[in-house]
Design a protein around this ligand. Structure first.
Ligand code: UDP
Ligand code: MG
Length: 348
């Protein structure tokens, strides 16, 4: 099955797209031996059906793991030329690891799909994403149809996260994490965003370009445990809001004006009370007002501080990640036929 790929200016030609799966991994030695063969067999089935090019690849980005994730990735690349590996010099966080893989993919592929390595994102949605890409969509968001496998706490906090984000002015696709397809042109656009404070799921809608969604069931982790406890989720939410919106500072200004006006009314009332000779000082009310205003001031300072801190990091222009090692890149542009003999890495 062939279709038109728009690349290299206006030149059009017929061929199946070169697809890269970009998979960030952090301390995933328990899960990789189970999920890597599943990714490979999905890629194989798409290649065999002629849906994607035989030069399609699976690219793992080891985000500075401290277990033997990198050893497993190296073994995978030795066992099959369709696997590629990169390892960052230290743990830089999911968003930076993902960006590293996507920016590597963009010069080699027609489209890249980012997916977690723990098997929670249903790989069968890849077929529909590729179909949508062929229909002309340049960004296809994987959207969770249900969160039944998440704990009620995780589900509630995650759903509130999307609601608060959009209320605070960060445009995000509801229930979409980082499982998505992007065309190489959309990846080129992404490369032009140079910010250090990365929140990809808020940045990518800013690219524009024709986009669509594909629904999928969120599954249980195949093994290992989540690296996103509540504290990291709050961190990600703060990063998301502060990197995409100045609405919190605007809200502080409104609160400041409201309290300022109330303060003037209070002052007039206090003066009138004094002039009327009824100025018996109320200790409780004074303490309450001081605590309230003091708390609000500290909170406001904290928010302003968040922005100042972000500006500090942005102006330093430090690299968002550094690559230490690569594996399997010699095979990047070789056509490789599905072998169907891959049985997973030897981990002993
Ligand atoms: N991950 C990463 N760096 C980190 C934390 C996580 O590359 O510092 C990867 C992790 O290996 C997984 C994906 O990001 O492939 C999502 O992480 P996780 O499954 O722990 O998050 P959850 O699905 O529980 O939100
Ligand atoms: Mg997960």
């Amino acid at each position: 099955m062939y279709y038109l790929v728009r690349k290299e200016g206006s030149q059009k030609y017929d061929r199946p797209p070169k697809l890269w799966l970009v998979i960030p991994c952090y301390n995933e030695a328990a899960v990789l031996p189970r999920t890597a063969p599943a990714f490979l067999s999905k890629l194989d089935s798409l290649i065999t059906r002629g849906e994607i090019s035989s030069k399609s690849r699976i690219c793992f980005v080891d985000d500075g793991s401290t277990d033997n994730t990198w050893e497993i990735i190296s073994l995978l690349t030795e066992g099959d030329p369709r696997f590629i590996g990169m390892s960052l010099t230290r743990n830089r966080g999911h968003q930076n690891a993902l960006l590293c893989g996507l920016l590597e993919a963009r010069t080699h592929c027609d489209a890249a799909i980012s997916i977690d390595c723990d098997g929670q994102d249903d790989i069968n949605a890849i077929d529909e994403m590729v179909d949508k890409y062929k229909q002309g969509y340049e960004i296809v968001y994987g959207v969770r149809s249900s969160r039944e496998t998440d704990t009620p706490f995780k589900r509630k906090t995650a759903e509130s996260f999307y609601r608060i984000m959009s209320k605070l002015g960060a445009e995000v696709v509801f229930n979409h994490a980082d499982y998505r397809l992007m065309s190489s042109d959309a990846l080129d656009d992404l490369a032009s965003f140079s910010e250090i404070n990365l929140f990809l799921r808020g940045l990518i809608p800013l690219i524009g370009r024709p986009s669509s969604t594909v629904e999928y069931e969120r599954r249980e982790r195949a093994a290992g445990k989540s690296h996103y406890p509540l504290s990291k989720m709050i961190h990600l939410a703060v990063d998301g809001v502060t990197s995409l919106s100045t609405k919190p500072i605007h809200l502080i200004s409104i609160a400041g004006i409201t309290f300022g006006c109330t303060g003037i009314l209070g002052l007039v009332w206090a003066l009138l009370t004094f002039l009327a000779g009824n100025s018996v000082p109320g200790w409780t009310s004074s303490v309450c007002v001081i605590c309230l205003i003091g708390g609000l001031q500290l909170f406001s300072l904290g928010i302003v501080g968040e922005y100042v801190g972000k500006i500090y990091l942005e102006v330093k222009r430090r690299p968002r990640y550094l690559i230490e090692r690569r594996a399997g890149i010699q095979n990047i542009d070789e056509a490789s036929e599905p072998s169907n003999v891959f049985t997973g890495p030897k981990t002993s």
